[in-house]
Design a protein around this ligand. Structure first.
Ligand SMILES: Nc1ncnc2c1ncn2[C@@H]1O[C@H](COP(=O)(O)OP(=O)(O)OP(=O)(O)O)[C@@H](O)[C@H]1O
Ligand SMILES: [Mg+2]
Length: 201
């Protein structure tokens, strides 16, 4: 594999498209255990990314991550905006000197920095029923060189059986069981589109 700025931008364009197509589904997931806005929140973020990208196409991998980070921080609001914003801010920092990403292992080190950003900002841990329940196993799989569709889907589905420890869903206690976490679902979209780009690069 070889991810240059072209493939990274193809990834984030696919991510934006998939978020737009799945806005209703993401908000529906957020309805029983949150406030029903996750799809719209993410939709605003990716729209701001697409707008900024149209105005000035970033020239490097790092600058591309920066544009998404700024879009998420300034336009999403809610819990997920600063969390995705921190993740992509760290991806920006981790790729400052990087022209291409040539292995899953190298990508795992970079995505791991994004995971650390979410942990630092939100103070959640594995099994707290958040987006981290996708980011952590995806990071681990990449570091071992074996990210698959199944890793991503299983991680997302695993959140169904968890009690939430962070965010609005945590007020529900046991009643959150049986529902997939919306942030885990949007993160699964992020990494499924990444995997598509890895497979074709
Ligand atoms: N402390 C946290 N650490 C990591 N992820 C979190 C945290 N709090 C919330 N999340 C993620 O954010 C998602 C909710 O994002 P949303 O866009 O709906 O914002 P929100 O409505 O302000 O959030 P919430 O309802 O969780 O307060 C959750 O599904 C979860 O994955
Ligand atoms: Mg919400």
């Amino acid at each position: 594999m070889k991810l240059t700025v072209k493939e990274i931008q193809a990834w984030l364009t696919q991510f934006a498209d998939e978020i737009n197509q799945n806005k209703a589904l993401l908000s529906d997931l957020d309805t029983p255990i949150g406030d029903g806005d996750h799809g719209n929140n993410m939709g605003r973020g990716v729209a701001a990314y697409e707008e900024a990208f149209k105005n000035e196409q970033p020239a490097t991998i790092s600058d591309t991550f920066k544009v998404l980070s700024m879009a998420m921080i300034s336009k999403v609001g809610g819990a997920s905006g600063p969390l995705y914003g921190s993740a992509f801010m760290n991806l920006m920092k981790a790729t400052k000197e990087v022209d291409s990403i040539d292995s899953q292992e190298q990508l795992g080190e970079i995505i791991g920095q994004g995971t650390s950003g979410i942990e630092a900002r939100g103070k959640a841990e594995a099994d707290d029923k958040t987006m981290l329940d996708v980011w952590i196993p995806v990071t681990e799989a990449l570091k071992k060189g074996n990210l698959t569709e199944d890793v991503i889907e299983s991680a997302k589905e695993h959140t169904k059986n968890l009690v939430a420890k962070k965010g609005r869903a945590s007020y529900l206690g046991e009643r959150a069981i049986g529902h997939v976490d919306p942030g885990a679902a949007s993160s699964a979209i992020l990494f499924t589109t990444l995997l598509n780009v890895i497979k074709t690069s």
